[in-house]
Design a protein around this ligand. Sequence first.
Ligand SMILES: NC(=O)c1ccc[n+]([C@@H]2O[C@H](COP(=O)([O-])OP(=O)(O)OC[C@H]3O[C@@H](n4cnc5c(N)ncnc54)[C@H](O)[C@@H]3O)[C@@H](O)[C@H]2O)c1
Length: 305
Amino acid sequence: MTSENTRQKPTPASEQQSKRLAGKTAVITGGASGMGRSTALRFLAEGANVVVADFNQATGATLMEEAEGLGFIERLIFIATDVAREQDVEAALVLASDTFGQLDIVFNNAGVGGAIGPLVETTTESWDYTMDVLAKGVFLGIKHAARIMRRQGSGGSIINTASIAALSGDAGPLVYSAAKAAVVSMTKSAAVELAQDRIRVNAICPGFIATPLADGGKPEKTREIFSRSQPWPEYGKGDHIAGAALFFASDDSIFVTGDALVVDGGLTAAGPELSRKMPRTSGRNSKVAGVTKGSTGEEPELKML
Ligand SMILES: NC(=O)c1ccc[n+]([C@@H]2O[C@H](COP(=O)([O-])OP(=O)(O)OC[C@H]3O[C@@H](n4cnc5c(N)ncnc54)[C@H](O)[C@@H]3O)[C@@H](O)[C@H]2O)c1
Protein backbone atom coordinates (compact mmCIF):
# COMPACT_ATOMS: atom_id res chain seq x y z
CA MET A 1 0.00 0.00 0.00
CA THR A 2 1.21 3.46 -0.66
CA SER A 3 0.33 7.16 -0.39
CA GLU A 4 -2.56 8.98 -2.09
CA ASN A 5 -0.58 10.39 -5.01
CA THR A 6 0.37 6.92 -6.35
CA ARG A 7 -3.11 5.50 -5.92
CA GLN A 8 -4.16 3.55 -9.02
CA LYS A 9 -7.55 3.88 -10.67
CA PRO A 10 -10.04 1.32 -9.37
CA THR A 11 -10.45 -1.66 -11.69
CA PRO A 12 -13.83 -1.59 -13.48
CA ALA A 13 -16.32 -4.10 -12.03
CA SER A 14 -16.60 -5.98 -15.36
CA GLU A 15 -12.82 -6.55 -15.43
CA GLN A 16 -12.76 -7.65 -11.78
CA GLN A 17 -15.46 -10.24 -12.47
CA SER A 18 -13.32 -12.08 -15.02
CA LYS A 19 -10.40 -12.43 -12.60
CA ARG A 20 -10.27 -15.70 -10.73
CA LEU A 21 -9.38 -14.26 -7.31
CA ALA A 22 -11.28 -10.98 -7.53
CA GLY A 23 -12.16 -9.73 -4.06
CA LYS A 24 -10.19 -12.50 -2.29
CA THR A 25 -7.41 -11.88 0.21
CA ALA A 26 -4.29 -14.05 0.37
CA VAL A 27 -1.29 -14.25 2.68
CA ILE A 28 1.87 -15.71 1.14
CA THR A 29 4.78 -16.58 3.41
CA GLY A 30 8.17 -16.51 1.70
CA GLY A 31 6.50 -14.34 -0.95
CA ALA A 32 9.47 -12.04 -1.52
CA SER A 33 11.47 -14.52 -3.61
CA GLY A 34 11.23 -17.53 -5.90
CA MET A 35 7.95 -19.37 -6.22
CA GLY A 36 6.27 -17.30 -3.49
CA ARG A 37 7.08 -14.10 -5.40
CA SER A 38 5.77 -15.61 -8.66
CA THR A 39 2.59 -16.62 -6.83
CA ALA A 40 2.16 -13.17 -5.27
CA LEU A 41 2.37 -11.53 -8.71
CA ARG A 42 -0.01 -14.13 -10.21
CA PHE A 43 -2.56 -13.70 -7.42
CA LEU A 44 -2.37 -9.91 -7.77
CA ALA A 45 -2.90 -10.22 -11.53
CA GLU A 46 -5.95 -12.37 -10.77
CA GLY A 47 -7.46 -9.60 -8.65
CA ALA A 48 -6.51 -10.71 -5.11
CA ASN A 49 -5.36 -8.57 -2.22
CA VAL A 50 -2.03 -9.99 -1.09
CA VAL A 51 0.01 -9.83 2.10
CA VAL A 52 3.57 -11.05 1.63
CA ALA A 53 5.05 -12.22 4.93
CA ASP A 54 8.77 -12.79 4.55
CA PHE A 55 11.95 -12.73 6.63
CA ASN A 56 13.92 -10.76 4.04
CA GLN A 57 12.99 -7.07 4.10
CA ALA A 58 15.35 -6.15 1.24
CA THR A 59 13.73 -8.54 -1.27
CA GLY A 60 10.36 -7.50 0.16
CA ALA A 61 11.15 -3.87 -0.75
CA THR A 62 12.17 -4.91 -4.26
CA LEU A 63 8.87 -6.75 -4.70
CA MET A 64 6.94 -3.68 -3.55
CA GLU A 65 8.75 -1.55 -6.15
CA GLU A 66 7.95 -4.07 -8.86
CA ALA A 67 4.31 -4.21 -7.78
CA GLU A 68 4.12 -0.44 -7.91
CA GLY A 69 5.33 -0.48 -11.53
CA LEU A 70 2.68 -3.06 -12.37
CA GLY A 71 -0.14 -1.06 -10.77
CA PHE A 72 -0.71 -3.58 -7.96
CA ILE A 73 0.58 -1.56 -5.04
CA GLU A 74 -2.84 -0.74 -3.55
CA ARG A 75 -3.51 -4.46 -3.10
CA LEU A 76 -0.10 -5.53 -1.75
CA ILE A 77 1.34 -5.31 1.77
CA PHE A 78 4.73 -6.55 2.92
CA ILE A 79 5.23 -7.54 6.55
CA ALA A 80 8.56 -8.68 7.99
CA THR A 81 7.86 -12.12 9.44
CA ASP A 82 9.68 -15.08 10.88
CA VAL A 83 7.36 -18.03 10.29
CA ALA A 84 9.01 -19.90 13.16
CA ARG A 85 7.60 -17.31 15.61
CA GLU A 86 3.94 -17.73 16.46
CA GLN A 87 3.29 -14.06 17.14
CA ASP A 88 4.74 -13.11 13.72
CA VAL A 89 2.54 -15.57 11.85
CA GLU A 90 -0.57 -14.56 13.73
CA ALA A 91 0.22 -10.86 13.17
CA ALA A 92 0.57 -11.33 9.40
CA LEU A 93 -2.76 -13.15 9.12
CA VAL A 94 -4.57 -10.68 11.36
CA LEU A 95 -3.10 -7.79 9.33
CA ALA A 96 -4.56 -9.30 6.15
CA SER A 97 -8.04 -9.81 7.58
CA ASP A 98 -8.10 -6.42 9.36
CA THR A 99 -6.87 -4.46 6.33
CA PHE A 100 -8.88 -6.15 3.61
CA GLY A 101 -11.82 -7.32 5.73
CA GLN A 102 -11.42 -11.01 4.94
CA LEU A 103 -8.88 -13.84 4.79
CA ASP A 104 -9.53 -16.40 2.06
CA ILE A 105 -6.20 -17.95 1.09
CA VAL A 106 -3.03 -18.72 3.05
CA PHE A 107 0.00 -20.04 1.19
CA ASN A 108 2.48 -21.44 3.76
CA ASN A 109 5.48 -21.41 1.48
CA ALA A 110 8.51 -19.88 3.28
CA GLY A 111 11.52 -22.14 3.34
CA VAL A 112 15.26 -22.66 3.54
CA GLY A 113 17.50 -25.59 2.69
CA GLY A 114 18.39 -25.90 6.38
CA ALA A 115 20.68 -28.62 7.70
CA ILE A 116 22.96 -30.20 5.10
CA GLY A 117 25.73 -32.78 5.16
CA PRO A 118 25.99 -36.33 6.49
CA LEU A 119 23.49 -37.28 9.20
CA VAL A 120 26.33 -38.10 11.58
CA GLU A 121 27.44 -34.46 11.35
CA THR A 122 23.95 -33.00 11.80
CA THR A 123 23.56 -31.05 15.03
CA THR A 124 20.36 -30.82 17.03
CA GLU A 125 20.57 -27.02 16.59
CA SER A 126 20.46 -27.34 12.78
CA TRP A 127 17.66 -29.93 13.10
CA ASP A 128 15.67 -27.48 15.26
CA TYR A 129 16.22 -24.52 12.92
CA THR A 130 15.17 -26.52 9.86
CA MET A 131 12.12 -28.03 11.52
CA ASP A 132 11.13 -24.66 13.02
CA VAL A 133 11.03 -22.92 9.64
CA LEU A 134 9.74 -25.73 7.44
CA ALA A 135 7.41 -27.73 9.69
CA LYS A 136 6.49 -25.52 12.67
CA GLY A 137 6.11 -22.53 10.33
CA VAL A 138 3.52 -24.42 8.29
CA PHE A 139 1.75 -25.67 11.42
CA LEU A 140 1.46 -22.10 12.73
CA GLY A 141 0.16 -20.89 9.37
CA ILE A 142 -2.51 -23.59 9.31
CA LYS A 143 -3.45 -22.99 12.95
CA HIS A 144 -3.99 -19.24 12.70
CA ALA A 145 -5.54 -19.38 9.24
CA ALA A 146 -8.05 -21.93 10.56
CA ARG A 147 -8.93 -19.75 13.55
CA ILE A 148 -9.64 -16.70 11.39
CA MET A 149 -11.39 -18.56 8.58
CA ARG A 150 -13.56 -20.52 10.99
CA ARG A 151 -14.61 -17.29 12.71
CA GLN A 152 -15.48 -15.74 9.34
CA GLY A 153 -17.62 -18.75 8.51
CA SER A 154 -17.06 -18.56 4.76
CA GLY A 155 -14.45 -21.27 4.32
CA GLY A 156 -11.05 -20.79 2.76
CA SER A 157 -8.06 -22.39 1.08
CA ILE A 158 -4.79 -23.22 2.83
CA ILE A 159 -1.90 -24.25 0.60
CA ASN A 160 1.38 -25.63 1.95
CA THR A 161 4.65 -25.96 0.08
CA ALA A 162 6.06 -29.44 0.63
CA SER A 163 8.56 -30.98 -1.81
CA ILE A 164 9.29 -34.12 -3.77
CA ALA A 165 11.89 -34.53 -1.00
CA ALA A 166 8.94 -35.72 1.14
CA LEU A 167 8.39 -38.67 -1.17
CA SER A 168 11.70 -40.54 -1.46
CA GLY A 169 15.05 -40.95 0.24
CA ASP A 170 17.38 -39.06 -2.09
CA ALA A 171 15.61 -35.89 -3.21
CA GLY A 172 16.93 -33.56 -0.52
CA PRO A 173 18.89 -33.40 2.73
CA LEU A 174 17.63 -35.66 5.56
CA VAL A 175 16.16 -33.01 7.87
CA TYR A 176 14.64 -31.05 4.97
CA SER A 177 13.00 -34.24 3.67
CA ALA A 178 11.64 -35.12 7.10
CA ALA A 179 10.19 -31.62 7.51
CA LYS A 180 8.55 -31.76 4.08
CA ALA A 181 7.08 -35.19 4.87
CA ALA A 182 5.62 -33.59 8.00
CA VAL A 183 4.07 -30.90 5.78
CA VAL A 184 2.35 -33.53 3.62
CA SER A 185 1.10 -35.33 6.72
CA MET A 186 -0.16 -32.12 8.39
CA THR A 187 -1.92 -31.20 5.16
CA LYS A 188 -3.95 -34.42 5.21
CA SER A 189 -4.77 -34.25 8.94
CA ALA A 190 -5.80 -30.60 8.74
CA ALA A 191 -7.87 -31.23 5.60
CA VAL A 192 -9.90 -33.84 7.47
CA GLU A 193 -10.30 -31.69 10.57
CA LEU A 194 -11.27 -28.52 8.71
CA ALA A 195 -13.50 -29.93 5.96
CA GLN A 196 -16.69 -29.26 7.92
CA ASP A 197 -15.73 -25.58 8.03
CA ARG A 198 -15.29 -25.66 4.23
CA ILE A 199 -11.61 -24.87 4.72
CA ARG A 200 -9.59 -26.79 2.15
CA VAL A 201 -5.98 -27.74 2.86
CA ASN A 202 -3.67 -28.89 0.09
CA ALA A 203 0.06 -29.20 -0.50
CA ILE A 204 2.27 -28.66 -3.51
CA CYS A 205 5.33 -30.87 -3.95
CA PRO A 206 7.66 -28.98 -6.30
CA GLY A 207 10.43 -30.78 -8.12
CA PHE A 208 13.59 -28.93 -9.15
CA ILE A 209 12.57 -25.28 -9.50
CA ALA A 210 15.20 -22.74 -10.51
CA THR A 211 14.77 -20.19 -7.71
CA PRO A 212 17.39 -18.40 -5.57
CA LEU A 213 17.02 -21.22 -2.99
CA ALA A 214 18.09 -23.84 -5.50
CA ASP A 215 20.54 -21.97 -7.71
CA GLY A 216 23.35 -21.26 -5.21
CA GLY A 217 23.96 -17.87 -6.86
CA LYS A 218 24.42 -19.46 -10.31
CA PRO A 219 21.04 -19.12 -12.03
CA GLU A 220 22.26 -19.77 -15.60
CA LYS A 221 24.09 -22.98 -14.73
CA THR A 222 21.19 -24.17 -12.57
CA ARG A 223 18.67 -23.61 -15.37
CA GLU A 224 20.88 -25.57 -17.72
CA ILE A 225 21.23 -28.49 -15.27
CA PHE A 226 17.53 -28.44 -14.30
CA SER A 227 16.54 -28.55 -17.99
CA ARG A 228 18.14 -31.99 -18.13
CA SER A 229 16.96 -33.19 -14.71
CA GLN A 230 13.49 -34.50 -15.49
CA PRO A 231 11.60 -35.89 -18.50
CA TRP A 232 10.04 -32.50 -19.32
CA PRO A 233 12.55 -30.66 -21.51
CA GLU A 234 12.43 -27.25 -19.78
CA TYR A 235 13.57 -26.29 -16.29
CA GLY A 236 11.05 -25.72 -13.49
CA LYS A 237 10.11 -22.09 -12.83
CA GLY A 238 8.38 -20.25 -10.01
CA ASP A 239 5.51 -19.61 -12.42
CA HIS A 240 4.86 -23.35 -12.66
CA ILE A 241 4.23 -23.44 -8.91
CA ALA A 242 2.15 -20.24 -9.09
CA GLY A 243 -0.16 -22.03 -11.54
CA ALA A 244 -0.69 -24.90 -9.10
CA ALA A 245 -1.21 -22.46 -6.22
CA LEU A 246 -3.81 -20.57 -8.28
CA PHE A 247 -5.69 -23.82 -8.91
CA PHE A 248 -5.81 -24.57 -5.17
CA ALA A 249 -6.65 -20.97 -4.29
CA SER A 250 -9.56 -20.70 -6.74
CA ASP A 251 -12.93 -22.40 -6.76
CA ASP A 252 -11.73 -24.59 -9.64
CA SER A 253 -10.47 -26.93 -6.90
CA ILE A 254 -13.55 -26.60 -4.67
CA PHE A 255 -13.84 -30.40 -4.16
CA VAL A 256 -10.08 -30.95 -3.70
CA THR A 257 -8.73 -31.16 -0.15
CA GLY A 258 -5.97 -33.20 1.48
CA ASP A 259 -4.09 -33.47 -1.82
CA ALA A 260 -0.32 -33.25 -2.30
CA LEU A 261 0.10 -32.23 -5.92
CA VAL A 262 3.43 -33.11 -7.49
CA VAL A 263 4.65 -30.35 -9.85
CA ASP A 264 7.94 -31.70 -11.14
CA GLY A 265 7.95 -32.12 -14.93
CA GLY A 266 7.70 -35.91 -14.56
CA LEU A 267 10.70 -36.25 -12.23
CA THR A 268 9.02 -38.61 -9.74
CA ALA A 269 7.06 -40.33 -12.51
CA ALA A 270 10.44 -41.31 -13.99
CA GLY A 271 11.43 -43.14 -10.79
CA PRO A 272 14.39 -45.49 -11.29
CA GLU A 273 14.73 -44.36 -14.95
CA LEU A 274 15.12 -47.84 -16.39
CA SER A 275 14.81 -46.55 -19.95
CA ARG A 276 17.84 -44.30 -19.37
CA LYS A 277 19.92 -46.90 -17.52
CA MET A 278 19.03 -49.89 -19.75
CA PRO A 279 17.96 -48.24 -23.00
CA ARG A 280 17.94 -51.45 -25.11
CA THR A 281 14.57 -52.82 -23.98
CA SER A 282 12.39 -50.07 -22.59
CA GLY A 283 11.27 -46.59 -23.50
CA ARG A 284 11.18 -44.68 -26.77
CA ASN A 285 14.79 -45.47 -27.72
CA SER A 286 14.37 -49.22 -27.26
CA LYS A 287 15.96 -51.36 -30.00
CA VAL A 288 13.47 -54.17 -29.60
CA ALA A 289 9.66 -54.55 -29.20
CA GLY A 290 7.33 -57.47 -28.45
CA VAL A 291 6.53 -59.60 -25.42
CA THR A 292 8.78 -61.56 -23.09
CA LYS A 293 7.37 -64.48 -21.11
CA GLY A 294 9.67 -64.71 -18.12
CA SER A 295 10.29 -68.17 -16.66
CA THR A 296 7.24 -69.77 -18.27
CA GLY A 297 9.38 -71.87 -20.57
CA GLU A 298 7.68 -70.18 -23.54
CA GLU A 299 9.73 -68.30 -26.12
CA PRO A 300 9.59 -64.48 -26.23
CA GLU A 301 7.96 -62.90 -29.30
CA LEU A 302 10.29 -60.10 -30.31
CA LYS A 303 11.17 -57.98 -33.31
CA MET A 304 14.18 -55.74 -33.73
CA LEU A 305 13.39 -52.08 -34.49
N1 LIG B 1 13.37 -24.44 -5.41
C1 LIG B 1 13.14 -25.74 -5.36
O1 LIG B 1 13.67 -26.52 -6.16
C2 LIG B 1 12.17 -26.27 -4.33
C3 LIG B 1 11.75 -27.60 -4.45
C4 LIG B 1 10.85 -28.11 -3.54
C5 LIG B 1 10.35 -27.29 -2.53
N2 LIG B 1 10.79 -26.02 -2.39
C6 LIG B 1 10.19 -25.20 -1.33
O2 LIG B 1 9.54 -24.11 -1.91
C7 LIG B 1 9.42 -23.05 -0.96
C8 LIG B 1 9.87 -21.76 -1.59
O3 LIG B 1 11.23 -21.87 -1.94
P1 LIG B 1 11.90 -21.12 -3.18
O4 LIG B 1 12.57 -22.15 -3.98
O5 LIG B 1 10.94 -20.21 -3.82
O6 LIG B 1 13.05 -20.35 -2.38
P2 LIG B 1 13.47 -18.81 -2.23
O7 LIG B 1 14.69 -18.82 -1.40
O8 LIG B 1 13.51 -18.15 -3.55
O9 LIG B 1 12.24 -18.20 -1.39
C9 LIG B 1 12.01 -18.58 -0.07
C10 LIG B 1 11.55 -17.37 0.72
O10 LIG B 1 11.28 -17.79 2.08
C11 LIG B 1 11.76 -16.78 2.93
N3 LIG B 1 12.01 -17.31 4.27
C12 LIG B 1 12.98 -18.18 4.66
N4 LIG B 1 12.91 -18.39 5.98
C13 LIG B 1 11.88 -17.68 6.46
C14 LIG B 1 11.30 -17.50 7.73
N5 LIG B 1 11.80 -18.10 8.83
N6 LIG B 1 10.22 -16.69 7.84
C15 LIG B 1 9.71 -16.07 6.76
N7 LIG B 1 10.23 -16.19 5.53
C16 LIG B 1 11.30 -16.99 5.37
C17 LIG B 1 13.02 -16.26 2.27
O11 LIG B 1 13.38 -14.98 2.76
C18 LIG B 1 12.60 -16.27 0.80
O12 LIG B 1 12.05 -15.04 0.41
C19 LIG B 1 10.25 -23.51 0.24
O13 LIG B 1 9.39 -24.03 1.23
C20 LIG B 1 11.13 -24.60 -0.34
O14 LIG B 1 11.53 -25.51 0.64
C21 LIG B 1 11.69 -25.48 -3.27
